[in-house]
Design a protein around this ligand. Sequence first.
Ligand SMILES: [Zn+2]
Length: 469
Amino acid sequence: MNIKLHFFGATETVTGSQYLLEAKGKKILIDCGLYQGRDLSDRNWDPFPQRAHEIDAIILTHGHLDHCGLLPKLVREGFKGNIHATTATAEIARIVMLDSGHMHEEDAKFKTKRHMKEGRVPPRPVLPLYTVDDAEKVTPLFKGVGYGQTAQIADGVSAVFHDAGHILGSSMVTVTVEEGGEKRVILFSGDIGRKDKPILRDPATFEFADYVVMESTYGDRTHPEEDDVASVLADVINATIEKRGNIVIPAFAVERSQELLYHLSALQREKRIPKIMTFLDSPMAVSVTKVFQQHMEMYDEDAISMVHEGRSPFDMPGLKLVRTVDTSKSINFIKGSAIIIAGSGMCTGGRIKHHLVHNIQYPENTILFVGYQANGTLGRNILNGNSKEVRILGKMFSVRAGIRQIHGFSGHADRNEMTEWVTSLNTPPRKVFITHGEPSAQKAFRDHLAEKTGWDVVVPKWLETFDLE
Ligand SMILES: [Zn+2]
């Protein structure tokens, strides 16, 4: 059997997922993610390692930008095959790519303006990486599948999508190559989610694979002792209502915002918090929430039983889904307490900045963090609390609001959960490839897994190729 696996991205980094599988004379790409972060984002502009029109099909594990964000560029450059993904992934990826196209257009406009202001004439016009229009052209290529169904990728190559427990529609994918009565199974982990997350079913486990390609974001860590999310949320909300303040929550549009709605709706129903005006102030989060509402078949038992009892897991009295800028602005004039959920998740852009401007200076309000805040972001500066003043939209504001954080929302498995996941295999795989992690996390996890199992565990380098015999 002649199978080759090329590592085109997410090698020694957590973004830019892209692997190419060559089998049965076909070229199949697994994920086509954007590089994020200053160090590597230049790579987004490089020519694809495999020319777009020579790729036969794509398998997409989930709709996060670091997994789907270069698809518009690939399609613009000539990819015409099918993109196999769960139906929910196709819908979420569409929203994420359109938003990304819009951001790239804005970015190019901003740079052009700055050049004009500085009187600089660049050698060629500043172009966006891709446009909204490019992103729109990806949609017709999606071929939606359900969990557990077999997708025929090429003659003798099939794929099955399984629950990953990471975001709605997210998948772990087993690719089977058959030739002359022999077969090989390659398991792509996608992003490995967690057990007992709201809405989603637990990550699938597998008894057999010849090869495993797995992520390692938290390969060197275990999650800290976690909060009982609902209880802390209720405490923060009740305490803030008592002071007649607002609760401002920066949140990512995909998954985190819907998890919050899920918890809030449950808390209200259980009368652990009073009815309170709640704004989901993000057009993207609103669109993603609609996708969640349409995919009951992907819910876990708890969420399904909520629906059967006639309740939506994402709706409650007092909830307003905000799309327009005017409605967003009108939130500032509300009397009485309100919960305001807005993006971006780390306060680096989006409508959350305006809500911080209106709320951060008053001690009756609470800014509540529910996600990781990277170094150097506004979110981290506020959370650190060592600055009495922060710069938002070009002005300085004193931080007088209460600052709280809830641990327990992480969407990625930690070292122990990853180990448990991969060691559910009954027979040793021929090789395990560790991807999608910072170098230290990858090395730590490789050593940990190799020592524990005696398996052949490798960390591929960027553009490295392996023959899977
Ligand atoms: Zn992800």
